[in-house]
Design a protein around this ligand. Structure first.
Ligand code: PMP
Length: 283
């Protein structure tokens, strides 16, 4: 695979980042993951907008133009012949001798991109759905910023696996915040979709926003409000959204089956709508 590191396209075995990089020492980095379908980028402008938002919130510089970032994505997709998969992009504050304090102006940000080729549309999750367990949300107070501090979500996925599930939904004060790497939705008995409003407690998912606009346009009612884990266990259906899964059916929560233990019809309809609409806008 060819990867991109600070202006250069290099074989992955030759790519180098400093051991003093602040993302390595402090988790001082942000990232985006954009999916590729048919060699084209899905929801790309929204991912760039969120990268800027994350950088602004952390006072991090972006020295590369949006046009250049798009060109790098396209170059890697082409060099690595990615038909279906993802492009991972990470921006860090840069490398400097280890110190908690920093001077962003004096640092040169590190920009790294690589691709992963893998099926996204026809997957076991799409066909069979996923089992979810709930765990407490013990993350920090700025979950709206897409940082590389992913230890808790990573441990959460491992706990889900050890409990025989595929992923975990995090719960704070009885209310579902989000999945370890996705936004959480339920479908009510009357066919409305429910997801919690944006705040510092969750990531403003790109797929979440796109799906909500397609749902509203196609006449599926969208309720943006908090829901408890108890309400989720009793919902007609549930699903997750993320850039690499799109719309992922949930078939059980803490061992309680939803929609008869199969992906629900509303969820499957929304997955189809999302794929059709986002492919129309792919670049
Ligand atoms: N929440 C969290 C915590 C995530 O890590 C992700 C995926 N990065 C999402 C939600 C979904 O966001 P998106 O649709 O932009 O991939």
């Amino acid at each position: 695979r060819t990867v991109y590191v600070n202006g250069a396209y290099v074989p992955e075995t030759e790519a180098k980042v400093s051991v003093f990089d602040r993302a390595f020492l402090f988790g001082d980095g942000i990232y985006e993951v954009a999916s590729v379908l048919g060699g084209k980028l899905i929801d790309f402008p929204a991912h760039i907008a969120r990268l800027h938002r994350s950088a602004n919130e952390l006072g991090m510089r972006i020295d590369v133009s949006d046009e250049e970032i798009l060109a790098i994505h396209r170059e890697l997709v082409s060099r690595n012949e990615v038909e279906e998969g993802v492009v991972y992009m990470q921006l860090t504050r840069g490398a400097v001798d280890r110190d908690f304090m920093f001077d962003t102006e004096k640092l040169k940000p590190t920009l790294v991109l690589f691709t992963q080729t893998r099926p996204l549309v026809d997957t076991a999750v799409a066909r069979n759905g996923m089992k979810i367990v709930s765990i407490p949300d013990l993350r920090w107070g700025r979950c709206d910023i897409k940082t590389v501090q992913l230890l808790y979500p990573s441990l959460g996925k491992m706990e889900a696996k050890s409990r025989g599930a595929d992923d975990a939904w995090m719960v704070r004060d009885g209310v579902v915040t989000e999945g370890t790497s996705n936004n959480a939705f339920i479908v009510t008995k009357t066919g409305a979709i429910v997801t919690r409003p944006l705040s510092n407690a969750i990531l403003p998912g790109i797929t979440r926003a796109a799906l909500m606009s397609y749902s509203t346009a196609s006449g599926t009612p969208v309720e943006e409000r908090e829901f408890t884990i108890d309400e989720a266990r009793e919902a007609a259906e549930a699903f997750i959204t993320s850039a690499s899964v799109f719309v992922g059916p949930v078939i059980s929560i803490d061992g309680v089956e939803l929609s008869g233990g199969k992906p629900g019809p509303v969820t499957l309809g929304l997955r189809k709508t999302y794929l059709e609409e986002s492919l129309k806008r792919a670049i």
